[in-house]
Design a protein around this ligand. Structure first.
Ligand SMILES: Cc1cc2nc3c(=O)[nH]c(=O)nc-3n(C[C@H](O)[C@H](O)[C@H](O)COP(=O)(O)OP(=O)(O)OC[C@H]3O[C@@H](n4cnc5c(N)ncnc54)[C@H](O)[C@@H]3O)c2cc1C
Length: 404
């Protein structure tokens, strides 16, 4: 059984762990990083379609507003290390960044997630952090005024323990929810983890038949709504709109989505166009009025109860016309659940925020233990928010843990 002593032990070399490792080592702390997989930053590598949407162009407070119940908690972290601060840091590490104006996303100019991961890893190593890859922590506990991290074949004694083992989504990248039972055993409250930013399943065959079509629609679950691309798949719905609202299903238990397929045209405008078209000589067909792919037009017509998927406008009775507009402005989509943790980009739930000091990420009841990144009960939407949260919370934890 090997035994190692260090000032700082970081468990998990993901986005948050890499950032924290560099920050601790840079100020002279003896820093050891334990990572169970053979590589660092696995999720960084697979993020953003391997392009890594590393942050957002929004200001700190605007960014905080996207974190729902966690917005007050995360605001100090985002003000301390702002999205602009993250960008400047990467530029200083030699990673040029670019903005994709749609949804304020920031990517590396190279479109290479590998470049981002390598920069984080190099920064931490050059600062003096030591990495032990393939080292799985199996438990943690307080020990003689400090902490111990138990490995399969030994243990690491440390003064400060920084936990950033992530959630339990995409388990093939190493995140299998290991941190939750450790925290529960310490008597801390952990909000049950559920998949988030996850594609949705629909039992409706007519939805599966639309597979491959993407629309710029507005999706609604009850009062929550989101105007972002919606992709029909052979299992249900994917793309930023459905994934951003997926907690309505996984947490809220809602089972029907409404999709406004023509959000730029009001109900009244659409009615006026259909009526005007019906009165025109040689009355045009439905597809010439609805700016949608033909298969979707036919689906809307069928869901409105019309036998012809692309009828002439003067053949649509008034009652059917109203149903047609209702469907185009709010297609009813039955939802049976989500595709689960294996397809979820992040995990909602985690260590309850009430357990953590938002200025330092130190766990209130257990001094010397710092928890940050996705292991906390906070989740942002698609758009670089989750990496930003990982970096900002890591920076605060590193600063506090490095005080002697
Ligand atoms: C496919 C995909 C695409 C994504 N794209 C984006 C994007 O473009 N932009 C964005 O902002 N977010 C994106 N995300 C979300 C983002 O990757 C995470 O929110 C972020 O990585 C969380 O950082 P973290 O350091 O807290 O956790 P992780 O990055 O998940 O790191 C946790 C680390 O802990 C290690 N670990 C776990 N258990 C143990 C143990 N017992 N012992 C030792 N080590 C352990 C894991 O192996 C892992 O390396 C994406 C996620 C996925 C799955």
């Amino acid at each position: 059984m090997s035994e190692t002593k260090t000032e700082i032990c970081i468990v998990g070399a993901g986005a948050a762990g890499l950032w924290a490792a560099a920050a601790c080592a840079r100020v002279g702390m003896q820093t050891l990083v334990l990572e169970k997989t053979p590589r660092t930053g696995s999720k960084v590598l697979s993020s953003g379609g391997s392009r890594c949407n590393l942050t957002t162009t929004l200001e700190a407070d605007q960014t905080a507003r996207h974190f729902g119940h966690a917005h007050d908690f995360i605001r100090p972290a985002l003000r301390s290390l702002t999205p602009q601060g993250v960008r400047s840091h990467f530029e200083a590490l030699g990673v040029r960044t670019k903005v994709e104006p749609e949804f304020e996303k920031v990517f590396p100019a190279s479109d290479s997630a590998l470049e981002v991961r390598n920069a984080l890893q190099r920064d931490a190593r050059e600062a003096g952090a030591v990495f032990r890859l393939g080292s799985e922590v199996v438990d943690i506990e307080p020990h003689e005024g400090g902490w111990v991290a138990h490995l399969r074949d030994g243990r690491v004694l440390c003064e400060r323990l920084l936990l950033c083992t992530g959630g339990k989504s995409f388990p093939k990248t190493g995140t299998t929810g290991d941190g939750y039972p450790w925290l529960r055993r310490l008597g801390l409250k952990v909000v049950d983890p559920v998949p988030a930013l996850v594609p949705l399943a629909s039992p409706a065959a007519w939805i599966h038949d639309l597979s491959g079509i993407s629309v710029d629609g507005e999706l609604r679950f009850g009062k929550r709504r989101r105007r972002r691309p919606v992709l029909f798949t052979h299992k249900g719905l994917s793309g930023p709109g459905p994934m951003d609202l997926s907690d309505c299903v996984t947490r809220g238990g809602l089972r029907e989505a409404r999709l406004d397929l023509v959000p730029d045209i009001s109900w009244e405008q659409l009615r006026a166009e259909l009526v005007a078209g019906a009165g025109r000589p040689g009355s045009p067909r439905l597809a010439s009025i609805l700016p949608l792919p033909r298969r979707l037009v036919e689906t809307v017509a069928r869901q409105a109860g019309l036998a012809d998927g692309n009828p002439r406008l003067n053949q649509i009775p008034k009652a059917a016309r109203h149903r047609l507009i209702d469907e185009a402005k709010g297609l009813r989509i039955p939802i049976s659940g989500s595709l689960g943790f294996s397809k979820a980009e992040v995990t909602a739930g985690g260590l309850a925020l009430s357990e953590v000091d938002r200025g330092t990420m130190e766990v209130r009841k257990t001094p010397g233990l710092f928890v940050f990144g996705e292991l906390l009960d906070l989740t942002g939407p698609i758009g670089g928010f989750n990496f930003q949260a990982a970096f900002s919370t890591a920076a605060l934890a590193a600063r506090a843990a490095s005080k002697r």
